[in-house]
Each structure stands twice: as structure tokens, then as C-alpha cells.
Design a protein around this ligand. Structure first.
Ligand SMILES: [Cu+2]
Length: 185
């Protein structure tokens, strides 16, 4: 008969394995593919994003000429109105890798005047159902106000539950979580 301590060690190991798997599964998406991040050619970044299934842990790569463009993560209202005056974060290297750490929408635009209006904006939306990745504990997620996410109905979803969601079975995940938590109780 396994002791509670042995059980919790096993569960901890399981979580580590899932974390490792997540690293292996994380995808890198270059925004605009071969076009990159630009206003030239009126690339449709909305259509580009619509063909992707983003997951937590994925890396969004913006490649552009830093003299002509930049990348700003912005709020939903600023995304809609192309307001570049109050960005959450700004990237200017021309080769910016941004790791998506949370579910929901992540709004990016080019802050150079006129570029967002010309379509240089993209919404990286990580759906809850498609994302079974672990959420790093203690990581702040200020960029994605839950209130702006229209879709899935609120559930008891939390970071811990998400961290074992790779099982693809919510019920099993909850059971494992319960065992894991009780192991430490
Ligand atoms: Cu630009």
C-alpha cells in the first residue's frame, strides 16, 4: 500500500513530466509566415491567426524591420481603436519572440502611425478547450482581462487544474488534482 507521501511524490513527478511535455509541444508561430510583420501587401493577420490553434506556451515571433515597425501588446479597446498610446508592452528588436502564458486574447499592433489602421494588428487567441498546457504557477497574467473574453462560460478553472489538463480528461484531471492536493494536506 502506497503511503500518502509516496503518492504525492508520484503526483509531483507526473506534473513535472507534463511540464516537460509542454515544452516539447510548444509551437513557434511566425506572424505573417514568410510575409512577416509589415504593412506591405495588406497581409490579413486576422485570417492568418484564424488558421492557427494557439496554445499556452506557444511562442509568437514577430519579424520586421525595426526602423519601420514595432510590436505593442495592447488592451482590447486599444486594439479595436488602434490606440498605440497606452501599450501594455512594447517590442522593438525586429525579431521579437513573445511567449503566450495565458488563455484568452492577446492583442498586438504596430504602433507606427497608420500601420494598425492599415491592418497591421493581430489577435492571438488561446482557446481554453484547445489548450491543455500547464500555466506556470505564480505567473501574473495582466495582459488578458477575463472580462474581455466573450466565449467560454466561467468555470472553476484555475492554474492548478490547467497544469494537468494534458490528460485531456477534465474528470480525471480533477481526480488527480484532488489526490495531489490531499497528498500535501
Ligand atoms: Cu508597422
Amino acid at each position: 500500500m502506497a503511503s500518502a507521501a509516496a503518492k504525492s511524490r508520484a503526483m509531483a513527478l507526473l506534473l513535472v513530466m507534463f511540464a516537460v511535455l509542454q515544452v516539447a509541444f510548444a509551437a513557434v508561430y511566425k506572424v505573417g509566415d514568410s510575409t512577416g510583420w509589415t504593412t506591405i501587401g495588406n497581409f490579413n493577420y486576422t485570417n492568418w491567426a484564424a488558421t492557427k490553434s494557439f496554445e499556452v506556451g506557444d511562442v509568437i515571433l514577430f519579424e520586421y524591420h525595426p526602423q519601420f515597425h514595432n510590436v505593442m501588446q495592447v488592451t482590447h479597446p486599444d486594439y479595436k481603436s488602434c490606440n498605440a498610446s497606452t501599450p501594455i508592452t512594447t517590442h522593438t528588436s525586429g525579431n521579437d519572440s513573445i511567449t503566450i502564458n495565458t488563455h484568452g486574447h492577446h492583442y498586438f499592433l504596430c504602433g507606427v502611425p497608420g500601420h494598425c489602421q492599415a491592418g497591421q494588428k493581430v489577435d492571438i487567441n488561446v482557446l481554453r478547450v484547445s489548450s491543455m498546457a500547464p500555466t506556470p504557477a505564480g505567473l501574473p497574467s495582466p495582459s488578458t482581462p477575463v472580462a474581455t473574453v466573450p466565449a467560454p462560460p466561467p468555470s472553476a478553472a484555475g492554474p492548478l487544474k490547467a497544469s494537468i489538463g494534458l490528460l485531456g480528461n477534465l474528470g480525471l484531471a480533477m481526480a488527480v488534482l484532488a489526490a495531489f492536493v490531499s497528498g500535501f494536506a
